[in-house]
Design a binder for this molecule. Structure first.
Ligand code: CAA
Length: 265
C-alpha cells in the first residue's frame, strides 16, 4: 500500500499488478470537482505508464461512488466559460487509457458519477448501488457521455426515460440491462465489491499485458464502428499478437502442460 500527494484520491496497491484508486471527497459524496478530475487523470496516466500495473480499479465509498459533477462549482458558470474552456473535455482522458479499468460501485453513482462508471471497462456493483442521470432536474442534460453510452448499452427507450425523467435506477435494473457485469453481494454486512474488483484485476493482471490491451481495443471497436470494420480491427489485432513473445509463451506453455509466464513482450 503506497501513499500519494493527492487531496481527493487515495491510491493503493492491494495486490501486485492492481492499482486501486479511491475517490475521496467524503463530505461532498465524492462530487467530481475539477481538482479531483485533474488528479484522477494524473493517477490514471501514471498507472497506464507503470509497467507493474496490469489493471486499475476505481471506487468511492460505501455511501457514494460519486454523486455527480460538483454542482456548487458549476452553478455560476456562464456559456462563454464552459465553451471557451472546454468544460468537461478533460473527462475524456479516461478513454485513452490502454489498461483495463474496473469500476466498483456502491451507493450513489449519479450524473457524472454514473458517467464515470460508464467510461470504465467493467462495472461491478453492490446491491446498494444507485445509478441515474438526474441532470434534467438541474435544467441541463448529462455532459459526460451519459446520453450516448446509455443509449448504446440500454437502448433508446430506457435511455430516453432515464435522461428525460432523471429517475434513478437500481443495481438490479443495471444488471438486468447489462450496465453492470454483476452484483456482488455483501458478506456479514460488509460490502465486497471492491475486493471482488481487485480479484478480477488480479486475474487480468496475470495475463499478458499486450493481449489484454488488444482485447480492450477490440471490444471498444464494437462501440465505435460497423460490424465489418470491427471484425477487421479484431483480425488485425489477433494477427499482430503472433509477433509477441507472450503468444509463443502462452501456446508453448499449453503444449508443454505448464502455466505460462508472460513477460509482456
Ligand atoms: N455537487 C456538489 N455537492 C454535492 C453533490 C454534487 N453533485 N452531491 C452531494 N453534494 C454535497 C451536498 O451538497 C452536501 O453538502 P453539505 O453537507 O455541504 O450540504 C453533501 O454532499 C451531502 O449530500 P446530501 O446532504 O444531499 O446527502 P443526502 O444523503 O441527503 O442526498 C443525494 C444524497 C441524493 C446524492 C444528493 O446529494 C443529491 O441529489 N446530489 C446531487 C446529485 C446530482 O444531481 N448529480 C448530478 C450532478 S450534474 C452532473 O453530473 C453533470 C454532468 O453530466 C457531468
Amino acid at each position: 500500500t503506497g501513499s500519494s500527494h493527492y487531496e481527493n484520491l487515495l491510491i493503493s496497491t492491494p495486490h501486485s499488478g492492481v492499482e486501486l484508486i479511491t475517490l475521496n471527497r467524503p463530505k461532498a459524496l465524492n462530487a467530481l470537482n475539477s481538482a479531483l478530475f485533474v488528479e484522477l487523470n494524473e493517477a490514471l496516466k501514471k498507472a497506464d505508464e507503470d509497467a507493474n500495473v496490469g489493471a486499475i480499479v476505481i471506487t468511492g465509498s460505501d455511501r457514494a461512488f460519486a454523486a455527480g459533477a460538483d454542482i456548487k462549482e458549476m452553478k455560476d458558470k456562464e456559456y462563454s466559460d464552459v465553451y471557451k474552456n472546454k468544460f468537461l473535455e478533460n473527462w475524456t482522458l479516461i478513454s485513452t487509457i490502454r489498461k483495463p479499468i474496473i469500476a466498483a460501485v456502491s451507493g450513489y453513482a449519479l450524473g457524472g458519477g454514473c458517467e464515470l462508471a460508464l467510461m470504465c471497462d467493467i462495472i461491478l456493483a453492490s446491491p446498494t448501488a444507485i445509478f441515474g442521470q438526474p441532470e434534467i432536474n438541474l435544467g441541463v442534460i448529462p455532459g459526460g457521455g451519459g446520453t450516448q453510452r446509455l443509449a448504446r448499452i440500454v437502448g433508446k427507450s430506457r435511455a430516453m426515460e432515464l435522461t428525460l425523467t432523471g429517475r434513478n435506477f437500481s443495481a438490479v435494473e443495471a444488471e438486468r440491462w447489462g450496465v453492470v457485469s454483476r452484483i456482488v453481494e455483501p458478506v456479514e454486512g460488509k460490502q465486497k465489491v471492491v475486493d471482488e474488483a481487485v480479484e478480477m484485476g488480479k486475474l487480468i493482471a496475470s495475463k499478458g499485458q499486450i493481449s489484454v490491451q488488444a482485447g480492450k481495443e477490440a471490444v471498444n471497436a464494437a462501440y465505435e464502428s460497423t460490424l465489418t470494420e470491427g471484425l477487421k480491427v479484431e483480425r488485425r489485432l489477433f494477427h499482430g499478437l503472433f509477433a509477441t513473445k507472450d503468444q509463443k509463451e502462452g501456446m508453448t506453455a499449453f503444449a508443454e502442460k505448464r502455466q505460462p509466464n508472460f513477460t509482456h513482450q
